[in-house]
Structures are given as structure tokens and as C-alpha cells.
Design a protein around this ligand. Structure first.
Ligand code: FCB
Length: 534
């Protein structure tokens, strides 16, 4: 007993100390009142089988990820999403934990293979529709706004087998059909639709590197059995953007007026800084931003790809017809910003670079997380993600300027700790670093909002630890820990912090106080349980 108390106190002291240390730096302690009253604060997940599991329940067919994850060697530890967090069966419990956070929004995605097991070639699955109806209704009953992503990486394997999914224009009509089924069945209650998650990052992973299904790539990017890393990413994004535009046209023509919702797209949005204080590297930053952010967003606002892409990719970059330009232009009501990466960019037009970066598909830019051996920020569980809160502020400012400050939502931002050998559950639960991360990124976002950025929401990735694509379950982004044996969801310290942040409009930890006072404040905060139990 005594031992437990001492350990507990030590733990509190340790937590408090590291917490206070980080807040004694130049990051502010963020407060809820720094954001508008109507701001959406939420958490995010995605279907495959990042959380849903139940991979063959009811009518669901095999998705591309079901097939891919079953091939030995594709996923770390040969994990699969067959069961994942079994959210399909435990969604009621999950809504309770979402509600316990005090959030007013939740972002999830639709599993295409669950509601259209054979795409347009088969029936609509009523069990699939029923599942999402129950999910949506239960969220609304709790006062939580559902933000729905129609497509987030997973599609029926049937569409891959029949015609190569995103490489074939046929996919556009398939996607529009999926969107139509969603608008018809859920649109009376859904006000925020995102058509597709991260076309830009997805195409890098699936068609440049070959890490995601259909695992296409070519040298020097990788050693795949099929693919062309210089061309296919351009074709797949082209088809995704046209799919988006056609689905939005349908929504606007037939649903928007009576349903009154908004449609956007979600982009992976990385920020870059010049590696060297030289003009060539400053130009590399401009190109990197155009190739990353502009690639997916420029066509939807202006009707064409960024000039920098046209300039370097020439005839490889597909062209839009006048009719296509017409439906693309102005086809988003908001921009979804997924942000994890700030990196240095260096020029590969005039200087030699790592293999692959000296090609037009990469914009003749090499990006790196290190300058002279010093990382750009603290490392995390993903070798490309460093903690650089200013990156979020900068990328929001960039998007604000480039797209006339249209409504924006930070649809994903989150932290996974570096993976340790023999990791202890208690260490994962006492995730002080994640608290520091969200505090610092939210403080950066508050600065952008104060400077006029029209950001209307922020979603923590993720509600709970889940299947992190090729990393399987080894990388953990959740506010809730998931016991892989029992699938119990256990709140981490960060879940309590998020609730505390959301429910107390004045912070109990004053960032201006000195270190000692701060330590005391945090110790008493933890001991008196003012970071309420969930
Ligand atoms: C994003 C994905 C999301 C998750 C996070 C960590 O790119 O949209 O599903 O994998 O990264």
C-alpha cells in the first residue's frame, strides 16, 4: 500500500516536473477561450480497419487493405485490421468515450466495401447503411457533430481487380455512386462531408513508394512488381480530383439545398523551411509547398495544377478539359488540413541530391528532418514527424493566403511516441509528451486564428490507438490506450488533459508563472484530481 502511494507520488512528481519544464519554455499554455465559441474540437479515426475491424461481418467484402494486410511482410508484425478495435461492435462504448472528452465533433470515415461490397456492380448493403446510421444517430444524440470522410484509403478489392481503381477513369463514376449513396442515406444529418482523405499523400504511399496497396512503384523509388513512380501518382490524383468534383456537383445539384451541408476535401499539408539560407533552397520551399499542398488544392479552387508542377512535369501532368475545369473550380466549401510534418527543403536542380529527389515528380526537392545532424524538432514514433508547432501556424497562414482564407479545419494533428523495446503500459498511459504536443500545436493554431485565419475546428488524431497502416499496432496515436487482448479502452493522461482544456475556459496552469509555482500547480492539479477522472 505504502509502496503504491510512494510510487504514485513519484509518478505525479515526475509528470509534473516534465510538464512544468516544457511549459517553462517559450510555448504558451493554450486556453479554450483563445478559440471562437463555435469552434469544433474533436477527435478523428478512419474505418479501415484502423478502428472498425469486423472485416467480413454481414455483407462486407474484402477491401484492398484486407487483401494487402494478409500478405506476410507487408505490415509490421504481420498485423491486420481484421479485428482492429472492433469498433463495428463496440461503437456505443466508443461514443461514450468520445462524449467523456467533452468534444463537440467526431470525424470518421465510411468503409466503401461495407456499404457497397461490389461497388456499382452489386447491391447496397443494408447492414452497412444501418451501422453508419446508428453511429450517426448516437453521435447526434450526444450533441456531437459527425464529420464524415467518404473515402480514406480503403476500397473494395473488386474495384482494384476489375480495372486498377484510381488509375482508371472508371473509378470516378464508382466514387460518385458511393457519394450518392452516402448523401441519400446520411445526408439529412451530415453537415460536413469530406470527399477524400489526402489524395497527395496517398498517391505517394501507393504509387511512388509502393508501401500502400496496390503497391506500385518503379526504380529508384522502390522495387515493386508493377508501377511507374514518375507517372502513376499523377494519374491517381487526377482521378481522385475529378471524382471529388463530380461528387460535389451531384451534392450541389441534388442535395445541398435541402440538406444544407458543406463539402470539402482533406489534404496532407506539410510545411517546409529552407535547409540553407540560400535562394535555391528558398525556391525549393516554394516548389515543395506547390507539389504538396497545391497539387490537391489548386485544381479545386482555381481549376488547374500549380504552375510549378506544369513547369517541371510538362506533358506528364494530365490536363483537364474545359468542362472538367468548370466543375473543379470552386468545388470545395472548406479545406481539411492534416498536419504532422515540418521538414527542411533543399534544391536538386543545381545540386546533387538523394536518388529520386532529382526528378520532376518530386519537384527537384529533397526534404529532410535534419540540418547538420540536428533534428528540426523532437523526434516522435514516425521517422518523418518531428515536433515543430510553428509548422502548423505557418502552413495555416500559407493556405489562408493561397486560397483567400476560405474555411479551414485541422482535420488531423497528433503525436505517437518513439517505439521502445519492452514498452510499459503505464508509460503509454502517462503520455505527458502528447499533452505538451497538443498544447503547443493548439497554441500555434490560436496564434494563426488571432491573426485572422478562418480555422473553424481541430481534430486530434486519434481518439484511440489503432491500426496505423503499415506500422500495424506498433505506433500509437490515441488519447485512449487499447489493450490488444481485451480491447478495453483506457484513457491516457492526455484524454484527461483534453477534457480539462475543453471544459475549463480558464486554464489552471498559468504559463507565466515560474517553474516552482508551475510544479506546485501541476502537482496539486493532479493530486486533487482536478484533471477529472473520465
Ligand atoms: C494520416 C492518415 C491517418 C493516420 C495519420 C497518422 O496521414 O490520414 O489515417 O495514419 O496519418
Amino acid at each position: 500500500m505504502r509502496v503504491t502511494i510512494i510510487t504514485k507520488l513519484n509518478l505525479f512528481y515526475f509528470l509534473a516536473l516534465s510538464f512544468a519544464r516544457s511549459f517553462s519554455g517559450n510555448e504558451d499554455v493554450v486556453k479554450r477561450y483563445q478559440f471562437p465559441d463555435k469552434f469544433f474540437f474533436g477527435t478523428a479515426t478512419s474505418a479501415y480497419q484502423q478502428v472498425e475491424g469486423a472485416y467480413l461481418d454481414d455483407d462486407k467484402s474484402y477491401s484492398n487493405w484486407d487483401v494487402f494486410s494478409h500478405i506476410p511482410g507487408n505490415i509490421k508484425n504481420n498485423d491486420t485490421g481484421d479485428i482492429a478495435n472492433d469498433h463495428y461492435h463496440r461503437f456505443s462504448e466508443d461514443i461514450e468515450i468520445i462524449h467523456s472528452l467533452g468534444v463537440n465533433a467526431y470525424r470518421f470515415s465510411i468503409s466503401w466495401a461495407r456499404i457497397l461490397p461490389k461497388g456499382k456492380f452489386g447491391e447496397v448493403s443494408q447492414s452497412g447503411i444501418m451501422f453508419y446510421n446508428k453511429l450517426i444517430d448516437s453521435l447526434i444524440l450526444r450533441g456531437i457533430e459527425p464529420f464524415v470522410t467518404i473515402h480514406h484509403n480503403d476500397l473494395p478489392q473488386e474495384l482494384e481487380d476489375r480495372y486498377g481503381s484510381w488509375l482508371c477513369p472508371n473509378i470516378q463514376e464508382e466514387f460518385v455512386y458511393l457519394a450518392k449513396i452516402c448523401f441519400e442515406n446520411f445526408g439529412d444529418r451530415i453537415k460536413y462531408w469530406a470527399t477524400i482523405n489526402e489524395p497527395n499523400l496517398f498517391s505517394q504511399m501507393a504509387y511512388v513508394r509502393g508501401w500502400y496497396p496496390p503497391a506500385h512503384c518503379s526504380q529508384p523509388f522502390g522495387n515493386c512488381s508493377a508501377g511507374n513512380s514518375d507517372k502513376e501518382p499523377l494519374i491517381s490524383v487526377h482521378n481522385m480530383l475529378l471524382s471529388h468534383a463530380k461528387a460535389v456537383k451531384l451534392y450541389r445539384d441534388e442535395f445541398q439545398q435541402k440538406q444544407g451541408g458543406f463539402v470539402g476535401i482533406i489534404s496532407s499539408t506539410d510545411m517546409y523551411e529552407p535547409l540553407r539560407d540560400e535562394e535555391a533552397d528558398r525556391q525549393a520551399v516554394i516548389r515543395a509547398l506547390a507539389y504538396n499542398v497545391g497539387w490537391a488544392l489548386d485544381p479545386l479552387v482555381y481549376g488547374d495544377y500549380p504552375l510549378e508542377m506544369r513547369q517541371y512535369l510538362g506533358s506528364e501532368l494530365p490536363k483537364f478539359s474545359p468542362a472538367e475545369i468548370n466543375i473543379l473550380k470552386g468545388s470545395i466549401d472548406f479545406i481539411g488540413i492534416n498536419h504532422y510534418v515540418t521538414a527542411y527543403a533543399t534544391d536538386c536542380i543545381h545540386s546533387a541530391c538523394a536518388s529520386g529527389c532529382d526528378r520532376p515528380i518530386q519537384g527537384y526537392v529533397e526534404t529532410t528532418g535534419e540540418r547538420d545532424g540536428v533534428p528540426i524538432g523532437e523526434p516522435t514514433g514516425n521517422p518523418k514527424f518531428f515536433i515543430v508547432p510553428r509548422g502548423l501556424e505557418k502552413v495555416v497562414d500559407y493556405i489562408k493566403d493561397r486560397y483567400s482564407n476560405m474555411p479551414m479545419f485541422v482535420t488531423e494533428n497528433g503525436y505517437s511516441p518513439p517505439v521502445q523495446e519492452n514498452e510499459q503500459v503505464k508509460d503509454l498511459l502517462n503520455d505527458v509528451k502528447r499533452i505538451e504536443y497538443h498544447n503547443a500545436y493548439l497554441a500555434a493554431l490560436a496564434r494563426a486564428v488571432k491573426n485572422g485565419a478562418n480555422v473553424q475546428g481541430y481534430f486530434v488524431w486519434s481518439l484511440m490507438d489503432n491500426f496505423e497502416w503499415t506500422d500495424g499496432y506498433s505506433v500509437t496515436f490515441g488519447l485512449f490506450y487499447v489493450d490488444r487482448q481485451t480491447l478495453d479502452r483506457i484513457p491516457k493522461l492526455s484524454a484527461r488533459w483534453y477534457k480539462n482544456f475543453l471544459t475549463n475556459n480558464t486554464s489552471q496552469i498559468d504559463g507565466d508563472e515560474d517553474l516552482n509555482t508551475n510544479q506546485n500547480a501541476i502537482v496539486s492539479l493532479l493530486e486533487s484530481n482536478r484533471l477529472e477522472e473520465i
